[in-house]
Design a protein around this ligand. Structure first.
Ligand code: MG
Length: 287
């Protein structure tokens, strides 16, 4: 009897596992058709065609299946020299000037350029790109001050704001304890990075951010923003869904999504620390 009960339980558990293991996916949309076409000898032959989700399967004719655009990749940066952006990127800062940037009020920014890097000055406030972006790939390099001053959130603090709103934290998190949801590469106050991949103070670092904007309908968010981030080439946010705003509203208060336009500026934070930025470029993505 005892074994029978155990057997029933085992069968029930296996059935439950089988049900949960059988995931639901959208079925691919497959279309197939044939067409009479002349071959290379001029003889009419039946040619088979097939699409999966609108992509022509194994089609080499560019008139039927346009190939992806060709992009010349950029070059890697070194500590001494910034790399080049990919050929289709919008270069926002190449070390020369701040012609693509403004203050948040629209007045000229008080940020400065020194030795190919841009940085805030005393009480300069945030700087923002004149061009606005929605979903995008963003490359930013930054260096926190070599001369370490302060600790926690007071040490090399800045931030990269997508659409002027959603903060990817910039902080000197090299042997500098703070709350994990506010360390470098955190989605501030919302998501800690998978690992701490910070370089030493004064060294050039990078954030490569793949951002998909939130979608709003009738004043409600219907698709949340997502972030994939490589900090110094290490994945630290893996398609992280942002659960709401990243604004500071007090130590135990959070902000919700608030509807906004489809595009917004890239902003860098002035948190009172002279953090340097260089080699900033963006590639727009489809939502
Ligand atoms: Mg910050």
């Amino acid at each position: 009897m005892k074994y029978t009960v155990l057997g029933v339980l085992l069968v029930a558990a296996l059935a439950g596992f089988a049900m949960t293991a059988c995931a639901e996916f959208d079925k691919p949309v497959i279309k197939e058709w044939t067409k009479m076409e002349p071959n290379e000898k001029g003889e009419m032959k039946e040619v088979r065609y097939m699409t999966i989700d609108g992509v022509m399967v194994h089609e080499t004719d560019p008139a039927l299946q346009p190939p992806p655009p060709v992009v010349t990749p950029g070059t890697e940066s070194t500590q001494e020299k910034p790399g080049l952006a990919p050929s289709d990127a919008v270069v926002l800062f190449d070390g020369k000037d701040l012609s693509n940037w403004t203050s948040t009020s629209g007045a000229p920014t008080k940020w400065i350029v020194t030795d190919g890097a841009m940085s805030p000055t005393k009480k300069s406030g945030m700087v923002q790109s004149k061009q606005e972006f929605g979903s995008c790939q963003l490359h930013v390099e930054f260096a926190t001050p070599k001369q370490v001053e302060g600790d926690g959130q007071g040490r090399g603090n800045s931030g990269v704001f997508l659409m002027g709103k959603y903060e990817v934290q910039v902080l000197d998190s090299y042997e500098n304890a703070t709350y994990p949801d506010g360390q470098a590469a955190a989605l501030y106050g919302r998501a800690k990075p998978l690992v701490n991949a910070c370089r030493k103070p004064g060294e050039w670092q990078s954030h490569d951010i793949i951002f998909h904007r939130p979608i709003f309908e009738n004043g409600e968010v219907v698709k949340r923003a997502t972030f994939t981030i490589l900090h110094n080439g290490v994945v630290v946010q893996d398609h992280t869904e942002l659960s709401g705003g990243t604004d500071w509203r007090g130590s135990h208060a959070i902000s919700n999504y608030e509807p906004h336009a489809d595009k917004g500026p890239i902003r860098f934070q002035d948190h009172g620390n002279p953090v340097l930025f260089r080699n900033v470029w963006v590639r727009e993505l489809k939502d």
